[in-house]
Design a binder for this molecule. Structure first.
Ligand code: SF4
Length: 99
């Protein structure tokens, strides 16, 4: 059966439908993160949601992620303290390059 354009939902409606389906598959405790990512376009929550989804919602798997080449590796949530980059000292940075 052939469908016409008027029968197809628009992108906004289709996206809402897809989001609702996906949300139903997400463990309840992580739904808020996903909603912030897709409804508020929050990048931090988007990275968090993507990492959580990547590891089937097992938070500890992100902590121990061994995919060093993943584009999100450096910005993934729930890092071990030893994996965090030291905070940059603004004064030290200002002085860099001066001799
Ligand atoms: S950083 Fe690790 S957990 Fe996050 S998306 Fe990449 S592979 Fe998955």
């Amino acid at each position: 059966m052939k469908t016409t354009n008027s029968e197809k939902p628009d992108m906004g409606t289709l996206r809402k439908q897809k989001i609702a389906c996906r949300l139903a598959e997400i463990p309840k405790k992580y739904r808020k993160i996903y909603k912030k990512a897709v409804e508020a376009n929050n990048k931090t929550e988007a990275v968090k949601a993507l990492c959580l989804e990547c590891v089937c919602w097992q938070k500890n798997e992100i902590i121990n992620c061994s995919c060093l080449a993943c584009p999100l590796y450096g910005v993934r949530p729930y890092k071990k303290e030893t994996d965090r980059e030291p905070k940059k000292n603004a004064a030290a940075i200002k002085g860099m390059g001066r001799n």
